[in-house]
Design a protein around this ligand. Structure first.
Ligand code: SF4
Length: 96
C-alpha cells in the first residue's frame, strides 16, 4: 500500500465545517487587541485565521480547528469569548 504524502493545506482542506452564523464561538474585543504589542494570535493559529488588516486584527472564526491555542496565548484578554461551538456546529476532521 502506498500512502500519499499531503501538504498541511491539503489536509486542512479535507475538514468539514458547519459554521454557526448566529453565534460565533470566539469573539474579540478589538480595542484590547489594538493595544497588544506582540499579537501572538497572528503566529500561533494553525488555521491562520488571525490576520492584520492595516493595523487592526482581522479574525474569521469559520475555519476554526477548535484547538484552543489562541485562547492560551492571548495574555491581554482580547479574546472575550471562547467556547466550543454549539451542538452540530464546528469542525469535523477527516483523515487524509
Ligand atoms: Fe486558530 Fe485554534 Fe484559535 Fe481556532 S482555536 S482560532 S484554530 S488558534
Amino acid at each position: 500500500m502506498t500512502v500519499k504524502r499531503q501538504s498541511p493545506e491539503e489536509l486542512l482542506g479535507l475538514n468539514k465545517f458547519m459554521v454557526d452564523e448566529e453565534e460565533p464561538h470566539i469573539v474579540l474585543d478589538k480595542t484590547i487587541c489594538a493595544k497588544c504589542k506582540d499579537k501572538p494570535c497572528l503566529v500561533v493559529c494553525p488555521a491562520v485565521l488571525y490576520t492584520l488588516k492595516g493595523e487592526e486584527i482581522n479574525f474569521e472564526y469559520a475555519g476554526c480547528l477548535e484547538c484552543g491555542t489562541c485562547r492560551v496565548m492571548c495574555k491581554n484578554k482580547g479574546i472575550i469569548k471562547w467556547q466550543y461551538p454549539r451542538g452540530s456546529f464546528g469542525v469535523s476532521f477527516r483523515c487524509g
